[in-house]
Design a protein around this ligand. Structure first.
Ligand code: CP
Ligand code: NVA
Length: 303
């Protein structure tokens, strides 16, 4: 039984295996076919934060695969005084075949997984967002065929998305560049962690967004204040102002794709002209969440 709590819970080889299933299911989906690979299987979604893409893409994925899902929001009492996370996980595991959890603190997902007897998938924590990073690199692969050797430039906060993309890029042989103010770059503990999980990866940090995007095949950004950081919003808006992905920045890499996990704060980290422009693939990324998660669940539950 496997949990997917961080991107490095999958090897490069396993990511490729998941992508192959995803591609097959996506191709069939586009021609109107829904392969019922998981009849009678049940997925629980336990969410402590809002979601559009993660929730609906997992629920639709299960429906298309012939299974079903149950969404558990705040009223289920997860991670509250109602009962322990461990009791919650032990009991929920008796009803469902897999659990997707979106938690405020990453440790909560780790505790849930420790107690659960079915696979737990991280649907975003403050630390990382593995499913999104997988869908993003799958999207890039659909455009270029072979991702190794290309550069992804992440312009913005060294947050859950940046950490996840750094690892997935490292696993798949892509160069990762983070352009952020010093205070918002990776911390030393995460840098050491990268050294241990992707020792051969080329990961660069800079304060210069122009330098970061030059030669990049993908320019990626995300909100400057993530869910849970609302109180820091004013400070962050000021710190990140020079890091907006706008037309001037994208003109330095006219061949690059523009990516964003969404939801976006238009006019802050990205301009309308870029997110709605010819280089943007943000809707493809969102669509691919469903295809990649189908591949991931089918692969996990086949184990
Ligand atoms: N990108 C993403 O995870 O979106 P949601 O927060 O809407 O799920
Ligand atoms: N960094 C963002 C990602 C949302 C999908 C957040 O955690 O709010």
């Amino acid at each position: 039984m496997r949990h997917i709590l961080v991107p490095e819970d999958l090897s490069a080889h396993e990511i490729e295996a998941v992508f192959a299933i995803s591609k097959d299911l996506e191709t069939k989906f586009e021609s109107g076919r829904r392969d019922a690979l998981l009849p009678g299987r049940m997925l629980a979604l336990v969410f402590e934060k809002p979601s559009l893409r993660t929730r609906v893409s997992f629920e639709a994925a299960m429906g298309h695969l012939g299974g079903s899902s149950v969404f558990l929001g705040e009223d289920a009492g997860f991670s509250s005084s109602r009962e322990s996370v461990a009791d919650f996980g032990r009991v929920l595991s008796e009803y469902v075949d897999a659990i997707v959890c979106r938690s405020k603190a990453h440790e909560t997902i780790v505790s849930l997984a420790a107690a659960s007897t079915v696979p737990v998938i991280n649907g975003l924590s403050d630390y990382c967002h593995p499913c999104q990073a997988l869908a993003d690199i799958y999207t890039f692969k659909e455009h270029v065929g072979r991702v190794a050797g290309h550069t992804l430039a992440f312009v913005g906060d060294g947050n859950n998305m940046a950490r996840s993309l750094a690892v997935v890029c490292g696993l798949l042989g892509m160069r990762f560049v983070l352009a952020a103010p010093r205070a918002y770059q990776f911390d030393d503990a995460f840098r050491r962690h990268l050294q241990s999980v992707v020792p051969n990866a080329e990961i660069v940090e800079t304060t210069d967004p122009g330098e970061a995007v030059t030669g990049a095949a993908v320019v990626y950004t995300d909100v400057w204040a993530s869910m849970g950081q609302e109180k820091e919003r004013a400070t962050r808006l000021q710190a990140f102002a020079p890091y907006q992905v706008n037309e001037a920045l994208m003109s330095r890499c006219p061949e690059a794709l523009f990516m964003h996990c969404l939801p976006a704060r238009r006019g802050e980290e990205v301009t309308d002209g870029v997110i709605d422009g010819p280089q943007s693939v943000v809707v493809e990324e969102a669509a691919n969440r469903m295809h990649v998660q189908k591949g991931l669940i089918a692969w996990l539950l086949a184990k």
